[in-house]
Design a binder for this molecule. Structure first.
Ligand SMILES: *[C@@H]1O[C@H](CO)[C@@H](O)[C@H](O)[C@H]1NC(C)=O
Ligand SMILES: *[C@@H]1O[C@H](CO)[C@@H](O)[C@H](O)[C@H]1NC(C)=O
Ligand SMILES: *[C@@H]1O[C@H](CO)[C@@H](O)[C@H](O)[C@H]1NC(C)=O
Length: 478
């Protein structure tokens, strides 16, 4: 695959703060006296330059934000950085097409690790999609249909996010700290969204990110309240084609390739026998001693499966089975976001090169064992236990994070609702009187498959994807 991104951070030249500096930061006395006024109104922001916002509750942080006027122009959009000391997280924010003043707020991150959320924005669920290296068009089934939606490039080093001194993030728990700070600062500044139901959504490796990110936001709420600030109204988590339980997925690779689950039979019997032996050996051992074997089987599986698209057994790839070769949109997005006029419109330094997938960071996460070092599904179960609902949806033709492994993960989650979830029937769900997939729900936890979709549901099945998300936002179970 093409470019390998070096650790960003040489470009310490942040765009100069332009507004508000004279009154910030306030001393804690001023804050206590109620002199801090949050930036209530996004509509008052400039489209020409960044407005810099500071908050006495977060002395090491600031926000640079501007109106961005890209995409379809139908709704207002904003972009900028949340600056957390020397780390700078880039975000795009789109108001709801319905009613920005009352609709929920949704946070979105792509996975990877190392994938920019511009992939989600411009090829999946954003209000516009790339159609070539220098063009976009309105996307009808965008997820800001009934929600205000954020797209964040995280961790630092991904997409337009950067660190001043080459600081790197190599694990999800580290990334979670920055994300929790980001969320708190956003809501504290844009008080029009305070108390608004907040949903945290992600895809693929986001199945490991989101449970930890949401747990960090949840735990941070206690501190916010202690400091006299409003808690974040964390209302649900949504995970699409998440590789939450990577070890469980290993077993599911064997089943997808060698069992009768509807995937193409591209694996020889002899390879299936070999995989079966590895899987059962590995299952007998502790997770710790499985790591090396796990890596071996993952790469073997990917190789065996390279005849077809690992993100979608229904759709072929040109040449190699990697994200870039399978989806030409990735290169379009990279070209588009490297156009100086586009960078100017979103307020990014024109000298900052954009890469959609940071492979160096990806390798760093795997080398740090981030894919097996913590049990993401335990975080998910803990969130459910505290009353945070979860939507776990899966495009049914994806192989890399497939419904077999994800479905088992939902059944195995250990929480007080486990039995009621397990005893809930798996039933069809419908869009326009057509079966859209299957679902199981006990009210708090909902699992759903989407027929005809691979790894990226809104790309392959836009109408079903939006129906799913709108129903979830409106009423939780489908
Ligand atoms: C992109 O398209 C616009 C409008 O057609 C054109 O003005 C601009 O020069 C193009 N930019 C690049 C980098 O191709
Ligand atoms: C969170 O949002 C829900 C739905 O709008 C609302 O009923 C609830 O009061 C909010 N909670 C807080 C703490 O603001
Ligand atoms: C961006 O890419 C261009 C062209 O490949 C290169 O000349 C330039 O040095 C890069 N800039 C940075 C900051 O890496």
């Amino acid at each position: 695959m093409g470019l390998i991104v070096r650790a960003v951070g040489l470009l310490a030249l942040a765009i100069a703060p332009v507004l508000g500096l004279s009154q910030f930061p306030l001393s804690s006395e001023q804050y206590d006296a109620g002199l801090f006024t949050p930036y209530e109104d996004l509509h008052a922001l400039s489209a020409l330059e960044y407005t810099t916002l500071r908050h006495p509750g977060f002395p090491a942080h600031s926000v640079r934000i501007k109106e961005s006027r890209i995409c379809d122009g139908e709704v207002r959009s904003y972009s900028g950085y949340i600056d957390i000391e020397a780390r700078h997280l880039f975000f795009m924010f789109f108001e709801s097409r319905n009613d920005p003043a009352t609709d929920d707020v949704m946070f979105w991150t792509n996975g990877g690790p190392g994938g920019s959320s511009a992939l989600g924005l411009y090829m999946e669920l954003g209000p516009c999609r790339v159609t070539g290296p220098n063009s976009t068009e309105r996307f009808e089934y965008a997820w800001n249909d009934r929600a205000n939606v954020f797209f964040i490039d995280q961790p630092v080093g991904v997409g337009f996010s950067y660190a001043d001194f080459g600081e790197q993030v190599s694990t999800t728990p580290e990334a979670a700290k920055d994300v929790a700070a980001f969320v708190a600062i956003f809501f504290e500044h844009f008080s029009q969204f305070k108390d608004r139901p907040f949903h945290m959504a992600g895809e693929s490796y986001g199945g490991r990110y989101i449970p930890l990110f949401a747990a960090a936001v949840y735990d941070q709420n206690a501190k916010l309240v202690e400091a006299g600030m409003a808690p974040i109204n964390l209302t649900s988590v949504m995970i699409g084609n998440g590789c939450t339980d990577e070890l469980g997925m290993m077993e599911a690779y064997y089943d997808a390739q060698c069992g009768d689950y509807g995937f193409p039979r591209v694996t020889d019997i002899s390879d299936c026998i070999r995989m079966k032996q590895i899987v059962s050996r590995c299952k007998k051992r502790l997770q710790e001693s499985c790591k090396d074997i796990y890596d071996a089987i993952s790469s073997t599986s990917t190789k065996l499966f390279s005849a077809v698209n690992p993100y979608d057994a229904l759709r072929p790839c040109k040449e190699d089975a990697d994200m870039r070769k399978c989806y030409p949109e990735v290169d379009f997005i990279e070209s588009y976001l490297n156009i100086p006029a586009v960078k100017e419109a979103i307020g990014v330094d024109v000298h900052r090169n954009y890469t959609a997938i940071n492979l160096e960071l990806n390798a760093r996460f795997f080398m740090a064992g981030d894919h097996v070092n913590y049990v993401a599904e335990d975080y998910l179960a803990a969130l459910l236990e505290r009353g945070v609902p979860a939507l776990i949806y899966v495009g049914a033709t994806d192989w890399i994070c497939n419904w077999i492994g994800i479905g088992r993960m939902t059944l195995d989650l250990e929480w007080t609702g486990q039995e009621s979830f397990r005893s809930s029937p798996l039933r069809d769900w419908f869009v326009d009187d057509e079966v859209a997939g299957t679902t199981r729900s006990n009210g708090k936890l909902t699992f759903a498959t989407i027929d005809g979709a691979g790894h990226m549901v809104p790309l392959d099945q836009p109408e079903r994807g939006l129906a799913l998300i709108n129903r979830w936002l409106a009423s939780r179970p489908l």
